[in-house]
Design a protein around this ligand. Structure first.
Ligand code: PLP
Length: 386
């Protein structure tokens, strides 16, 4: 994290620091502080950058009921991928008819379950998946998931899912001959895409494909789903969502009105809404380096370090409350388990720390609590409202 980004974050977080100090004293640490109004703010930013798009929040990023209710209250829908996510929305009384099911590979029983819950839009990516829809109700809309590689994404989903555009026509033919409703195409450029060009490339290819499919098979494409992948500025500044909005405007141009347009943001809506508070529980000098051991780590809320190589900023609470610029020294920050892999950051600049100091990691909402484990008997980090 460069010094400019660090001082930018300090300025942004300074006003909230007293509240975090109070919450850490009241509840102890580790603690995740959830501020749902930040989800609403991100949603407004997204809606203004992508006007006319239906937003379907990817529940997998953070499935906390308060987050899901906030999304629904703000008028957006959901992107679900499993029976458990369908059931969760059902239990919370959230609008399943405003949801799409985007898991390209699923059990037939899960299709029936989602359909019975009110979901009508599903995704396929190969012939075996298309066959699962044969004989199912006629009001199902299928999206064919396209694969576009993206080396600038933290998690390039095209290696696991999607049909390459050259094979898409054959798959659409299978959809049509199977008597299933072909709605259009979806893609996902990969999670945390630090370049916006993959959005341009994927959308342009998809648009070209719609013309080809209409000419070759005589069917119009009604829906285009541009997926998720919108980046979040963690330790580095990433392109703003407006840049993606401009690309979408540019590529769609006058054809915008032809399509029902969907997106499936997860990280972009969820990352900003949780802040992690941890405490230094021990320090040591090891081979000439300073180590600080925290009460949360890679097997807990920092699971995103291990699962997706995503690194949230880490600051000392004293940095946010003190008036002067602290002197920073590179340290190792380690988690609380007995596994040597449980190291959150190496050579990471921090001010002088002692046991009992509280650290703050903003942007810890997406793919953190949901992928945390209970390894070493450590309980899930509690979530409280900020
Ligand atoms: C099908 C699908 N849609 C949406 C998302 C959300 O992506 P992101 O959190 O990068 O916006 C994912 C993430 O894996 C996904 O697999």
């Amino acid at each position: 994290m460069n010094l400019h980004r660090r001082s930018q974050l300090r300025e942004q977080l300074r006003a909230t620091a007293p509240r975090w100090m109070q919450l850490a004293q009241t509840h102890g640490t580790p603690l995740l502080v959830l501020e749902p109004q930040r989800v609403a703010r991100r949603l407004r930013e997204l809606q203004s950058a992508l006007p006319g798009f239906e937003v379907h929040y990817a529940v997998k990023a953070l499935s906390h009921p308060v987050v899901l209710s906030t999304v629904a209250i703000c008028g957006a829908g959901f992107d679900v991928a499993t029976r458990g996510e369908v059931d969760l929305l059902g239990r919370l009384g959230l609008p399943l008819h405003r949801s799409i099911h985007t898991n390209p590979i699923k059990k037939p029983a899960d299709i029936d379950h989602a359909y019975a819950a009110g979901i009508r839009t599903f995704v396929v990516e190969n012939v075996a998946e298309v066959q699962k829809f044969a004989g199912r109700p006629g009001d199902i809309d299928l999206l064919v998931r396209l694969a576009f590689g993206n080396p600038s994404a933290k998690s390039d989903l095209s290696s696991k899912f999607g049909v390459v555009p050259a094979d898409a026509e054959l798959l659409v033919k299978h959809v049509l001959t199977g008597g299933v409703g072909f709605a259009g195409f979806s893609f996902h450029v990969g999670s945390q895409s630090s370049s916006t060009e993959p959005f341009r490339r994927a959308l342009q290819h998809t648009l070209d494909l719609t013309g080809h499919i209409e000419a070759a098979l005589g069917v119009p494409t009604r829906t285009i789903d541009i997926g998720g992948g919108f980046p979040v500025s963690y330790r580095e500044q990433e392109p703003p969502i407006t840049e993606i909005g401009d690309i979408v405007d540019d590529v769609l141009g006058a054809r915008r009105g032809e399509f029902r347009l969907l997106c499936e943001p997860g990280r972009f809506l969820a990352a900003d809404c949780m802040t992690l508070l941890t405490t230094v529980v021990g320090t040591a000098e090891r081979a000439g380096r300073t180590w600080h051991y925290l009460d949360d780590g890679l097997y807990g809320s920092y699971s995103n370090v291990m699962t997706e190589d995503v690194h949230a900023p880490i600051l000392a609470l004293t940095e946010l409350t003190g008036q002067s610029e602290p002197t920073l020294q590179p340290v190792t920050l380690a988690g609380p388990t007995c596994d040597s892999a449980d190291v959150i950051a190496r050579d990471y600049p921090m001010p002088g720390l002692t046991v009992g100091d509280v650290l703050v990691s903003p942007l810890m909402g997406a793919y953190t609590a949901v992928t945390a484990s209970r390894f070493n008997g450590i309980e899930a980090t509690p979530i409280v409202m900020g």
